[in-house]
Design a protein around this ligand. Sequence first.
Ligand SMILES: C[S@@+](CC[C@H](N)C(=O)[O-])C[C@H]1O[C@@H](n2cnc3c(N)ncnc32)[C@H](O)[C@@H]1O
Ligand SMILES: [Zn+2]
Length: 274
Amino acid sequence: MPYICPICRHPLQQHLPSKGYYCTNKHHFDLAKEGYLNLLPAQHKKSKEPGDSRAMMRARRNFLEAGFYQSMAEALVKIIDSHKPPSLPMHILDVGCGEGYYCRQLEALSNHPEDLDLHGIDIAKNAIFAAAKKQLNARFIVASTKSMPYADHYFDLLLRIYAPANDQEIIRLLKPDGLLLVVTPGPRHLWQLKEFIYHDVKEHPADVALPEGFTQIDSQRVSYKIRPDQNQRMALLQMTPFAWRANAAIQNKIQRANDLQIEADFILTLAKQL
Ligand SMILES: C[S@@+](CC[C@H](N)C(=O)[O-])C[C@H]1O[C@@H](n2cnc3c(N)ncnc32)[C@H](O)[C@@H]1O
Ligand SMILES: [Zn+2]
C-alpha cells in the first residue's frame, strides 16, 4: 500500500466495500467520488483553501491544454522511458501536480504507459478534484508536500515541476536508487513577457538546488518559441510568479501586442542520491 495515515503514520489499508482507507487506529479517509483521497487533516490546514486558487488552476489548465508546454512534456517522457527500473511498474509521484496536466501527458506520450504507476499530490483540493476527474489511471491525493503521507521508499521517481518540496520528504519517499526529476525555468524563460514588466530583464539563474546528497546525472535544456493568442497570454501571465507586478496598463499592452512570440525555456535536471 502506498499510503500512510497522516495522523498516526501507520499504513492505510483500503476497505473494499466502502473503498475508504483505514489505519489500525481507526482513522478513516473516504475515497471521493472522483477517485481521489483527501489526506490533509483539518488541523494541518493553515487556510481554508490552501494552494493555488480555482482561477489560477483554470488559467494553468487552459494554457497547458493548448499544448504550449508539450515539447517539454515530451522531453520528460523520454527521460522517464529511458530510466525504467528493473522491476515494474515504475512508481512515479508528481509533487505539486496541480490539475494533473503532466501526469496525463506521461500516460499519453509514454511508449509503455502500462509500465507506469502514476501518483499526484497537491495541497489545492480544487486542482486534485480536476486531476482525478480527468485521469482514472492515476492516483491523486490532497496533502502537503511538507509531509507526504506515503510509505517510506515507495517511489522510483519523483517529478517536481515548479512546485515547492521538502528535501527530507523527497529522501524518505524515494527508493535508495530512486530518481528525482526537476523542471526549472531556463535563463530566457518567458523573456518577451518579462520585457513588458521589468525595465532591466535579467536571465534566470541556470543552477538548480538539489537536496543534500543528490548528484546530477543528466541535464537538458528545452527551448523554443510559443505564440499564445490574447486570452492565452492572460492565462500565462496568471501562471507566473511575476504577474502581480503587471498593473492593468501593462496587462493591456501584453494582451494587445501584435503577433507576440515568447520564448519558453526549461531546464530538466535528473538527479540521484550519491
Ligand atoms: C506553480 S504550480 C505548478 C503545478 C504543476 N506542477 C504544473 O507545472 O502545472 C504550484 C502547485 O503547487 C501547489 N502547492 C503549493 N504549496 C503546496 C504544498 N505545501 N503542498 C502541496 N502542493 C502545494 C499549488 O497548489 C500548485 O498547484
Ligand atoms: Zn491513523
